[in-house]
Design a protein around this ligand. Structure first.
Ligand code: NAP
Length: 411
């Protein structure tokens, strides 16, 4: 057992600004609001952090898992950390501070047992997920990819300008799994003159490439022209990506993500729930299954896909060509003329019978990706269909999280 640290010594929790992709997962996960951010960095407040580790497993890059033994009075403060471009090196403790006091009480601010997760989804992958590689390429050592395709996958006359972008890695290794993401480093600098930080995009292609057997992958990118509140906003990276031409070079980091992964065992079922470009990982997983149809080992695929209109639903054409006995497709259209507004959670309730049947099977994993706002609605719908059958949702929800069978990726 580790000896308690002297009271004046703190095991300070820090986030590596060179690896962090500013995805906000840690801030959302922290049960005691010890993590904060500005336009530069995500940082941990040493006055609040109790080392509970709740934020560590969900971090897709591992940037969160940095610790320094510090004299408490000299701990790095929030303001100082916000200005960092890189982590400071390790400092030796003064000998007086390094010696543990005899019979010292455990320090309340030293790492404690993991806090019960407050996250809506699992922080572990499904038991049979393949081993993911993460952080092979970093801000300091990015990979240069070549654009080999860039085309629009939504109706030309609609506001949603969504692109399918294919990046090729040539001879260099870039091993990925469905559900993982990569970071794109847009060229140029921000208003403060600093290089733009990386933007994260989920893979839309399966592990063996957008084109099977090729060393490439695809992304689904929506050109951002307004913020979530509808005010005009220019998305730095999305506009850069949507404007790329064939043979352009792109700086890539990653891959990231070690939990939002698909099961790898025969007859595993997938319930996929997505909105808009959140369809990227669902396309990757569906394509993985499609390429394996002939093995006869596939489980069932149930898709709930939300978009404003049919013409704004990315990949509508190819999706509708998939055989009905391969995938059960449920489209929730919210702004289709002459039709009532429908969200994915409405369709989950409409299909309560099949959802319950799949939930009862421990080979079923659930993936939710897209708008942040859908999280609550989807959880409520899953709770309702469970409780309608007289079952206890809280027991099932706990089991789904514990067994890595319920995953969220929402922004
Ligand atoms: P969007 O077009 O704005 O919306 C898609 C659909 O979701 C619309 O029908 C919308 O209905 C509906 N919706 C809105 N609020 C909802 C709620 N509370 N519950 C359920 N449905 C709701 O979507 P988008 O602009 O493509 O956004 C996709 C999101 O996915 C973004 O936040 C993006 O960051 C995230 N994402 C993207 C990737 C990627 O790799 N590109 C990966 C992971 C996540 P209304 O008509 O009411 O608006």
């Amino acid at each position: 057992m580790n000896a308690p640290l002297p009271a004046e010594v703190l095991k300070q929790h820090l986030i590596d600004p060179e690896i962090c992709i500013r995805c906000n997962t840690c801030e959302e996960t922290c049960p005691i609001k010890a993590i904060t951010h500005d336009s530069n960095n995500y940082v941990v407040d040493p006055e609040i952090c109790n080392g509970c580790m709740a934020c560590v497993p969900p971090c897709p890059t591992g940037a969160i898992d940095n610790w320094r033994l510090m004299v408490r009075a000299e701990a790095y403060g929030v303001q100082e950390q916000l200005g960092w471009e890189e982590l400071p090196g390790e400092k030796a403790l003064p000998e007086t501070a390094a010696a543990a006091p005899a019979g010292g009480e455990p320090d309340a601010q030293q790492p404690v047992a993991p806090a019960p997760s407050t996250a809506p989804g699992a922080t572990v992958p499904p038991w049979s997920a393949a081993h993911p590689y993460v952080n092979l390429y970093t801000h300091k050592t990015p990979m240069t990819a070549t654009v080999v395709g860039n085309y629009r996958v939504t109706g030309a006359d609609t506001e949603s300008d969504i692109h399918h972008i294919v990046l090729d890695f040539g001879d260099l290794p870039f091993p990925v799994l469905e559900g993982q993401s990569i970071g794109i480093l847009p060229p140029g600098v921000d208003a403060q003159g600093r290089a733009h930080h990386a933007r994260q995009y989920s893979l839309a292609s399966p592990r063996d490439g957008e084109r099977a057997g090729y060393n490439n992958l695809s992304l689904t990118v929506k050109r951002v022209t307004e913020d979530h509140a509808g005010a005009a906003a220019h998305g730095v990276c999305s506009n850069y990506l949507c404007d790329l031409a064939k043979n352009d070079k792109v700086q890539v980091i990653g891959p990231f993500g070690h939990t939002f992964l698909m099961p790898n065992h025969p007859r595993a079922n997938l319930i996929m729930i997505c909105t808009g470009t959140g369809s990227a990982p669902m396309r990757a997983m569906t394509e993985r299954y499609r390429r394996r149809i002939e093995t006869g080992e596939n489980g069932r695929l149930l898709l709930f896909f939300g978009a404003r209109t049919e013409r704004e639903l990315p990949y509508f054409g190819p999706l509708m060509k998939l055989p009905r006995d391969f995938i059960d497709i449920n489209l929730a259209l919210s702004r289709e003329a002459g039709q009532p507004k429908r969200y994915v959670q409405d369709l989950i309730r409409d299909r309560a019978g099949v959802v319950r049947e799949l939930l009862a099977d421990r080979n079923t994993c659930i993936y939710v990706c897209g708008l942040k706002g859908m999280e609550v609605g989807v959880l409520d719908a899953l709770r309702d269909v469970t409780m309608q059958a007289g079952q206890d949702w809280s027991i099932l929800h706990d089991a789904l999280r514990r067994e890595g069978r319920l995953h969220f990726e929402t922004y």
